[in-house]
Design a protein around this ligand. Structure first.
Ligand code: GTP
Ligand code: MG
Length: 295
């Protein structure tokens, strides 16, 4: 896992070692290797601003130290861990949140193909395992076959799917699904159409959907392979979500998307998707994530 990120940190340690000639590490010794390190972080999907602060933290940790008196690897690792730890938060508990509100509703929003529909189904399974029944709202009335995809999950998981016609108003679908959930003491899980920031109509529609229905929880679903696009995605949905779910972590070599998403949004990471099965959803654990970056 995260081999590319590991190599980046390891290479930096080696580069620092070979570039330090004096006893005490000076800025000049390491500025070019830090520059290279920053570029490598960018290649590992770490956003520009996050890469800059990781670089600054490593620099601060090394300058003025006496080479040979300490382990460069350890210092580099310590600095990167601290910076990532300060950036990424896992401070989100969905079950607590659901216990706090009456008739909860959860929206899943995000770019095309990020994993919204699959994640909704996984969350339904997670809720089942924790004593919450759910109803699905087919709020993607836009993409062909989206409702059949959701109904397939509904059939498999034994969940009712509230749907209208294609091209109909998704705000009304969500409304009906939430009403149905309220009547039956269930949680409403609302699917939405995949958007890109260029789709002004779909973005307006999504804003309306959220305004009208005032969901208790809105998750932004981002794909770990999105790379630098995640910065744009966070901007496009700014103010609309309270926590993030990062999907496809099982096929991510780079690790940087979590760091970028956390940095650019300031929001906690609630869950991670780790495969295509319903049970492949885990509560995000920051310490475990950081350990995985280095082990
Ligand atoms: N390996 C892996 N694949 C995933 C994960 N989450 C979702 N996928 C796959 O990603 C693809 C897209 O998932 P969807 O749930 O359809 O994504 P979506 O955001 O609803 O897509 P649109 O509705 O078209 O915007 C599917 O093939 C999923 O099986 C994950 O955690 N790991
Ligand atoms: Mg979908």
């Amino acid at each position: 896992m995260f081999d590319k990120f590991k190599d980046t940190v390891k290479n930096l340690s080696e580069d620092v070692k070979s570039s330090v000639t004096e006893k005490e590490i000076e800025e000049d010794d390491i500025s070019s290797v830090l520059e290279k390190f920053r570029l490598k972080l960018l290649e590992s999907n770490v956003s520009f601003s996050a890469a800059e602060s990781i670089e600054a933290s490593v620099k601060e940790n090394l300058i003025g130290k006496e080479a040979g008196r300490f382990s460069i690897e350890e210092e580099v690792e310590k600095a990167v861990k601290k910076e990532v730890g300060d950036t990424v938060s896992d401070d989100y508990n969905l079950l607590n949140k659901l216990n706090e509100v009456d008739n909860p509703s959860i929206f899943f929003i995000g770019f095309n193909g990020s994993g919204k529909t699959t994640t909704l189904a996984k969350v339904s399974k997670f809720l089942d395992d924790n004593g919450f029944d759910s109803v699905f709202g087919a709020g993607d009335t836009f993409r062909a076959a989206s409702m059949e995809q959701l109904e397939e999950h509904g059939d498999t998981l034994g969940k009712k799917v509230v749907r209208h016609e294609y091209e109909s108003d998704p705000a009304a679908v969500a409304y009906d699904a939430i009403e149905h959930a309220e009547k039956h003491g269930k949680v409403a899980l609302i699917d939405t159409a995949g958007r890109s920031h260029a789709d002004r109509n779909l973005m307006d529609e999504l804003e309306k959907m959220i305004d009208v229905n005032n969901p208790d929880v809105t998750f932004l679903v981002v794909d770990a392979l999105a790379g630098n696009d995640v910065v744009e995605q966070i901007k496009a949905y700014e103010g609309m979500f309270e926590a993030i779910i990062v999907t496809k972590m099982d096929i991510d070599e780079k690790g940087g998307t979590v760091i970028s998403a956390a940095r650019e949004s300031g929001k906690p990471i609630a869950f991670k998707g780790t495969g295509q099965m319903y049970e492949d959803l885990e509560v995000f654990d920051k310490e475990e994530f950081i350990e995985n970056l280095f082990e």
